[in-house]
Design a protein around this ligand. Structure first.
Ligand SMILES: *[C@@H]1O[C@H](CO)[C@@H](O)[C@H](O)[C@H]1NC(C)=O
Ligand SMILES: *[C@@H]1O[C@H](CO)[C@@H](O)[C@H](O)[C@H]1NC(C)=O
Ligand SMILES: *[C@@H]1O[C@H](CO)[C@@H](O)[C@H](O)[C@H]1NC(C)=O
Ligand SMILES: *[C@@H]1O[C@H](CO)[C@@H](O)[C@H](O)[C@H]1NC(C)=O
Length: 185
């Protein structure tokens, strides 16, 4: 009988500790995400289509897509440099890794699915994910920030992209990005 009571007691005690642990952990997690802040990031994106070391590769195209007014149906994979100034040899802040595909039959519009992977300063190792519409002939294109990792956990916000230079011969472009992001860390 006594051992039965004891085992009942230890069962409730262990259960109590289990829930206490969940409660304390939840409080700790909440502490990390209690103060939201707004950060403005500014950098230049280098899209090298024709270079000795291109950072863009076309991996798919719809039949006859090259003969069209727009490259509708083509998919490009990118690993583009993100730098502090328009000069490609300026301080490297990270990379834009992802893909874009041509999704409009009437103008040059890309669906962008990118991770900005930062490698410098306090954001080293953190990422911001972008998913949006990029009509490259428009002066300013707005794309949503759909999430992030590391310092950018729970990120939300928007990115504004402006073409800084586009070379019609080489098709290489430098694009200025302003990213406004709410996050906690
Ligand atoms: C809370 O922040 C600390 C310090 O940055 C970190 O070590 C810990 O993993 C974070 N916890 C969660 C749940 O994000
Ligand atoms: C591609 O274009 C050629 C010439 O215009 C045409 O004969 C062919 O049917 C087209 N193919 C497709 C899949 O649209
Ligand atoms: C960024 O982090 C990586 C991995 O922790 C480290 O190897 C690298 O030196 C860091 N870069 C800078 C610029 O701090
Ligand atoms: C475009 O690139 C070509 C080849 O590198 C170069 O000769 C030309 O000056 C560039 N045009 C502009 C406007 O930068």
């Amino acid at each position: 009988m006594a051992s039965n009571h004891l085992s009942k007691f230890s069962f409730f005690f262990v259960t109590f500790l289990f829930f206490l642990n969940i409660f304390v952990n939840a409080a700790k997690i909440k502490e990390n995400f209690s103060k939201e802040k707004l950060t403005h990031l500014h950098f230049y994106f280098h899209d090298l289509v024709t270079a000795t070391k291109p950072t863009v590769v076309q991996v798919a195209a719809a039949p006859n897509s090259t003969g069209r007014v727009t490259p509708f149906g083509s998919v490009m994979i990118v690993d583009d440099l993100l730098t502090e100034t328009p000069d490609p040899t300026s301080k490297l802040l990270g990379k834009a890794e992802g893909l874009y595909s041509s999704v409009s039959q009437s103008d040059i519009t890309f669906l962008m699915a990118l991770n900005f992977v930062f490698t410098e300063g306090k954001y080293n190792g953190s990422t911001i994910s972008i998913f949006g519409k990029n009509s490259i002939l428009s002066k300013v294109r707005e794309m949503p920030v759909v999430g992030g990792t590391g310092m950018f956990r729970f990120a939300r916000g928007y990115a504004l992209a402006k073409t800084y230079v586009f070379n019609v011969t080489t098709l290489n472009a430098i694009v200025e990005y302003d990213v406004y992001v709410f996050h906690y860390n």
